[in-house]
Design a protein around this ligand. Structure first.
Ligand SMILES: Nc1nc2c(ncn2[C@@H]2O[C@H](COP(=O)(O)OP(=O)(O)OP(=O)(O)O)[C@@H](O)[C@H]2O)c(=O)[nH]1
Length: 328
């Protein structure tokens, strides 16, 4: 099926290692025939190649070396020339690999799709010339979908904890530079363990979705940094002096109560959340951990005060200082 052992071996290896959804890859054995390439089915589907053929013509159908390829040149002849040059530099051992981005014009759909493309020599001869080239081509839409998935919590569709950590540090850095306050609201579903225990884990999952939708609805009016912070905990990050964080926290508490989701083990009879919030003006070099601790203390106080409550970190401080008999 393949012209030699080398192609068979590397083809099998690529099949095993590179067959991710949406990822196209190709091989060219320059010693055997620089005019032919071998590729996976994704590459055939993406570039309208005949999947029944083992080898395809570089000159006629390949988007690898842009000079041949009208589908790239139609959008940018300069880029096509650059891709062509890099391809030849790679062949002659002048560069170790190339990494580019090209527009591919699909005439049948009259649409241009952008791809990222990387290639390197898997085998070289004693003079450093490439013998076997391998490349990976990936549509940018696939990358951006995967990128979005990596930031999202699968159950609720909210941003996940990893994204929370990234955004928090970003906002703290921005706040420090621009002298803006940064605020964080933390919400936790009340008596959620007994909700799960009495209605089951699937009902628990549904409840998490309803609550997260409710929080999203309230927050979409003013901010959109809503995260699933942990199991039944949600966080909202805000960097805008115009927003009254206390009002937003109260709107969230009210919205969830108003959903009127039956909770057989809650004293109120329905699902509620406790909410804590804190704000601070970060100074340069500060980390987000301090803000998390403050919001967490406020949430803890809201739980202690009977749940289905909103509490700010300032209220916690006032409470502590008056208990200790000192002025805040
Ligand atoms: N169904 C479901 N349950 C979850 C998920 N993540 C965490 N939990 C549950 O959430 C519950 C949290 O319980 P606790 O931390 O004891 O808190 P609680 O019962 O809400 O009590 P308070 O917060 O003090 O009102 C645990 O039983 C977890 O198993 C999830 O993704 N789905």
């Amino acid at each position: 099926m393949f012209p030699n052992e080398r192609v068979s071996k590397y083809f099998a290896m690529c099949e095993e290692l590179l067959d991710f959804q949406g990822v196209a890859w190709w091989l060219i054995d320059l010693e055997d025939n620089p005019g032919l390439f071998y590729c996976n089915t994704t590459m055939c589907e993406t570039f309208s190649l005949d999947p029944k053929l083992t080898a395809h013509s570089v000159a006629k159908t390949c988007p690898i070396a842009g000079d041949y390829n009208q589908n790239i040149a139609i959008r940018s002849t300069q880029l096509a020339q650059q891709i062509f040059n890099e391809y030849h530099q790679l062949r002659h051992g002048e560069i170790a690999e190339y990494n580019n981005r090209f527009p591919y014009y699909d005439q049948s759909k009259d649409e241009t799709v952008y791809f990222s493309s990387r290639a390197k020599a898997l085998v070289r001869d004693d003079n450093g010339n490439a013998v076997l080239l391998m490349g990976i081509i990936e549509p940018e839409t696939v990358s951006s979908e995967l990128f979005a998935l990596a930031k999202t919590d699968g159950l609720t569709g909210l941003y996940n904890r990893r994204e929370f950590d990234a955004q928090l540090e970003l906002l703290i850095g921005l706040g420090g530079r621009n002298h803006h306050a940064v605020s964080m609201i933390m919400c936790d579903i009340d008596y959620f363990k007994s909700y799960n225990d009495s209605l089951g884990h699937y009902a628990g999952d549904d409840c998490l979705k309803h609550v997260s939708d409710g929080i999203k609805r309230v927050c979409s009016r003013s901010v959109n940094h809503v995260f699933r912070y942990g199991g039944e905990e949600f966080a909202i990050l805000i960097m805008d002096d115009q927003i009254n964080v206390g009002d937003l926290a109260e709107s969230i508490r009210h919205e969830i109560h108003a959903l009127n989701l039956h909770h057989p083990k809650s004293p109120s009879g329905s699902v509620t959340v406790s909410v804590g919030y804190a704000s601070f003006a970060p100074e340069l070099g500060m980390t987000g951990q301090r803000l998390i601790e403050k919001a967490d203390m406020a949430l803890y106080a809201a739980k202690q005060r009977g749940r289905n409550q909103v509490c700010s970190h300032d209220q916690v401080l006032t409470c502590v200082t008056s208990t200790l008999g000192i002025s805040a």
